[in-house]
Each structure stands twice: as structure tokens, then as C-alpha cells.
Design a protein around this ligand. Structure first.
Ligand code: FE
Ligand code: FE
Length: 186
């Protein structure tokens, strides 16, 4: 896989802030991947692609959602749709077929039932990279390097509480992701 393509895309299309975020997610994902014995190249690819469509217009996002038949819950929701769209484009335009990489990108915002180690790493790297600042992020950063599942439970729970408190749409994948990991611990 030539990283040049995606690196060029990032340089040309994304804001400075987003670039900083994506490269920080890559660095954090690589650290977690080496700690937990996950393929470094897969972690790097998923991290670089995960937010490639985070900054397209709502109109453009909706066009993709319709064109790729992603489902109506992704309409008018750039936050939920950007990973799904990226996963389709990665297959179509970049020839990436590895299911684990595609799932890591597709589910990086929500998580899902029975996530792979790579999916957990991308999900957490996105949440804890050094530019992130929110209440509880330090605790989460520490947890991620101690116990991947425990850290995911923390982060997923925080998202669920936040989404509910803001009256936003809560994707059931997030609840299923958390409940599944909690059941594992019993
Ligand atoms: Fe994202
Ligand atoms: Fe991100």
C-alpha cells in the first residue's frame, strides 16, 4: 500500500487542525498497536483514512450516503456518516480490501458489537490523541495503555452520556459496543 496517495489527499483537502488530528491519531494508534501486538501497517492505514471526509459539506455527504445506500440514519449527520463513506471510497478508489481496516474506519465514531483489537485501537486513538481536551481525557489516556477493553467501556459510556445529555441521535452500535465489553468482564 502506497501511503503517498492518502498523504497527498490529506495535505490537499484538509484544514491544518484536521491534519494535526489525523497525524496525532496515527502516532497514538501506532503506540497502542505496538503495545497490544496489532499490525502496525493496518493501524497506520486506518488512522490516515479515518477522517478523510470529516470536512466535506453536508450536501456532498448526503449525496454519498444516497449513492452508496448507507441508510437514512446517516442522512444529515456528518458525524455519523464520515467513517462509513470513507470505508466505501477506500475500497472503490484506493483498492483497500482488508475487512479489519475497513471496519476500523467505518466504526471509528460509534464502535460496535464485538470490536476487533484494531477497531478498538482506532476508536481510542481518535478519542485520546494529544490534541484532545475534555473532562476525563487524562483518565482515558492512562486506561488505554493499561487495558484496551476497560478504556473502550469508559469512552463509550462517556459518549452515550454526552449524546443523551445533548439530545442527539444515539447510534445503537455504541450501546451494543459498550454492553458487549461489559458482559465480557463478568
Ligand atoms: Fe471521525
Ligand atoms: Fe478523528
Amino acid at each position: 500500500m502506497k501511503m503517498d496517495y492518502i498523504n497527498n489527499y490529506i495535505e490537499k483537502n484538509l484544514s491544518e487542525k484536521r491534519k494535526r488530528h489525523i497525524y496525532a491519531v496515527k502516532d497514538t494508534a501506532l503506540k497502542l498497536a505496538s503495545l497490544y501486538g496489532v499490525d502496525l501497517e493496518k493501524a497506520e492505514i486506518a488512522a490516515l483514512f479515518h477522517d478523510m471526509f470529516r470536512e466535506i459539506s453536508l450536501h456532498e455527504m448526503n449525496e454519498y450516503v444516497k449513492q452508496f445506500n448507507l441508510g437514512s440514519k446517516y442522512l444529515n449527520n456528518r458525524n455519523l456518516a464520515h467513517g462509513k463513506v470513507a470505508a466505501v471510497i477506500m475500497t472503490k478508489d484506493y483498492g483497500i480490501t482488508d475487512e479489519d481496516i475497513l471496519n476500523a474506519v467505518s466504526y471509528h465514531t460509534t464502535g460496535r458489537l464485538n470490536m476487533s483489537q484494531l477497531e478498538k485501537i482506532i476508536y481510542l486513538a481518535d478519542a485520546i490523541e494529544p490534541n484532545r481536551e475534555y473532562p476525563g481525557v487524562e483518565e482515558l489516556r492512562k486506561a488505554a495503555f493499561v487495558n484496551l477493553d476497560q478504556a473502550c467501556i469508559l469512552s463509550l459510556s462517556r459518549t452515550i452520556d454526552y449524546v443523551k445529555s445533548q439530545n442527539l441521535f444515539l447510534d445503537e452500535d455504541t450501546v451494543e459496543a459498550r454492553d458487549y465489553l461489559k458482559r465480557l468482564k463478568i
